[in-house]
Design a protein around this ligand. Structure first.
Ligand code: GLA
Length: 373
C-alpha cells in the first residue's frame, strides 16, 4: 500500500510523539537526523536557492540536508570565464550560505573537460597551448579558487570524468596536451592551495567494471605518488530499472576493499527513459513527446515503483555506511533537476527526494519516521 506523502507539519507531529517516547529532545524530524549515524546527506544548490529567491527550497535544505555542493557556479566557464577574469560572486554567496548554516561545503569542480572555459586549453588562434602553459594555467586556476576558500570548503571534486567505460583515459584537451600527468598535477595543486581540504576524483558509470577498474588504478597511482585523495565520487545519475542496486553495491565494496572511501556525489534516479546510460552531458536525444509520458502527473503505481527502487538504494547506502561518507542529491526538488532537460529538452522527470510541492517522497518520509522514532 502506498505510504501517503505527509507534510512537514505532519512530520513535526510525528516527531513530537517520538520526543515523548524516547526524548530525542533537540532533534528535528529530518532526513539529516535520520541518517546522521551513517553519512552526510547533501544537495546541489542553484543560484535561486542560494540567493533565497526559492525560500521554500531553502527551508527544505535547512531542515533536511547538512552538506551542499555548487551545481554550476564553480565550473570553470562560470567562475573563470577569461584568463584574467574571475567571477566569484555566486561562489562567494554559495559558500556564505553554507557557513551561515554550519553546513559541510563541497567545491565542484576544478578540472573538467565540459563546461570548460573556452580559453583554457588553447591560444588566441584556437591551437592547443604547450604543456608548460597548460600546467601554469591549471596551477593558477586551482590555486586561486581553492586558495580563496581555504579553510572554508571541506572538500573538492578535483578532477571530474577523466576515465571512460573501458577504463582508458578520456581524450580531453587536458589529456591531449599533458597526458595522464594532468590528473596528479591537479591533485598536487589543490593540496598546495589548501592542505586541509579533502580531495576527490569524481565520475559517472562507476558501476561498470571497466570504469571502476580504471579509477581504482588511477587512485592507487595517486597514492603511490604520495598525493592526497580522500574518496572517489560515484556521481550516481541512474535510471529506474538499471543499473541494479547489486551492480552499484559491488563497486562500493570493491573501492572499499582497496582502501578507498566512496561518496555518492550527484545522485538522482530518472523515471524517464533515455538511451544514454551514463551522464555524458553532450549526449542529446530527440523525441520529446514520445518519451515524456508523465508531463501532467505521475500515476500512483509508477510512483510506488520508483519509491521502492529508491528505497533499495538507500537501504544499500545504510548497509555500506562504513565505506560511504556522503550521499549528495543533484538538486532539491524534482522541478530543479537537470533531467527535465537532458538528454531531451523540456520533459517532466521525478528523480529527487522532494516533489515539485517541496514535499518529501513517501520513501523519504519512511526513512525519517523510522529513524526519528
Ligand atoms: C555532471 C557534472 C555535474 C552536472 C551534471 C549534470 O555529472 O559533474 O556538474 O553538470 O553532469 O547537470
Amino acid at each position: 500500500m502506498r505510504i501517503k506523502t505527509i507534510t512537514t507539519m505532519a512530520l513535526a507531529a510525528t516527531f513530537c510523539i517520538a520526543c515523548n517516547q524516547n526524548s530525542k529532545q533537540n532533534s528535528e524530524p529530518s532526513l539529516k537526523n535520520a541518517v546522521s549515524d551513517a553519512f552526510l546527506i547533501g544537495a546541489a544548490l542553484n543560484t535561486n536557492q542560494v540567493a533565497g529567491r526559492d525560500s521554500q527550497a531553502v527551508a527544505v535544505i535547512e531542515n533536511h540536508f547538512n552538506s551542499i555542493v555548487a551545481e554550476d557556479c564553480m565550473k570553470s566557464e562560470t567562475i573563470h570565464p577569461k584568463e584574467d577574469v574571475y567571477n566569484f560572486e555566486s561562489a562567494d554567496a554559495f559558500v556564505a550560505f553554507g557557513e551561515e548554516r554550519g553546513m559541510n561545503i563541497i567545491g565542484h569542480c576544478l578540472i573538467w573537460h565540459s563546461q570548460l572555459s573556452p580559453w583554457f586549453c588553447v591560444d588566441e588562434n584556437g591551437n592547443n597551448v604547450s604543456p608548460d602553459v597548460l600546467k601554469q594555467r591549471m596551477k593558477d586556476h586551482i590555486h586561486t579558487i581553492v586558495g580563496r576558500y581555504k579553510g572554508r570548503i571541506h572538500g573538492w571534486d578535483v578532477v571530474n570524468e577523466g576515465i571512460l567505460d573501458d577504463g582508458s583515459y578520456r581524450n580531453s584537451k587536458f589529456y591531449e596536451i599533458l597526458g595522464e600527468e594532468y590528473i596528479p598535477l591537479a591533485f598536487q595543486y589543490a593540496h598546495e592551495a589548501d592542505p586541509d581540504a579533502e580531495l576527490y576524483y569524481n565520475d559517472y558509470s562507476m558501476f561498470l567494471p571497466g570504469r571502476r577498474e580504471g579509477v581504482i588504478k588511477l587512485v592507487s597511482e595517486l597514492k603511490e605518488k604520495g598525493l592526497r585523495i580522500d574518496a572517489v565520487g560515484m556521481q550516481g545519475h541512474y535510471v529506474m530499472g538499471g543499473p541494479t542496486v547489486e551492480q552499484v553495491e559491488e563497486s562500493v565494496v570493491k573501492f572499499n576493499e582497496v582502501g578507498t572511501k566512496v561518496m555518492f556525489t550527484e545522485f538522482d534516479m530518472a523515471l524517464l527513459p533515455r538511451n544514454a546510460q551514463g551522464a555524458e552531458i553532450s549526449a542529446r536525444e530527440d523525441g520529446r513527446d514520445a518519451v515524456n509520458p508523465y508531463a501532467n502527473s505521475l500515476p500512483e503505481e509508477v510512483s510506488e515503483q520508483w519509491n521502492n527502487w529508491m528505497k533499495s538504494f538507500f537501504d544499500m547506502f545504510m548497509r555500506q555506511k562504513d565505506g560511504i561518507t556522503r550521499v549528495t542529491m543533484w538538486g532539491v526538488t524534482d522541478g530543479d533537476s537537470w533531467l527535465n532537460n537532458w538528454p531531451i529538452l523540456g520533459r517532466t522527470d521525478y528523480p529527487l527526494l522532494f516533489d515539485r510541492n517541496y514535499e518529501p517522497k513517501p520513501f523519504v518520509v519512511e526513512i525519517i519516521e523510522r529513524n526519528n522514532n
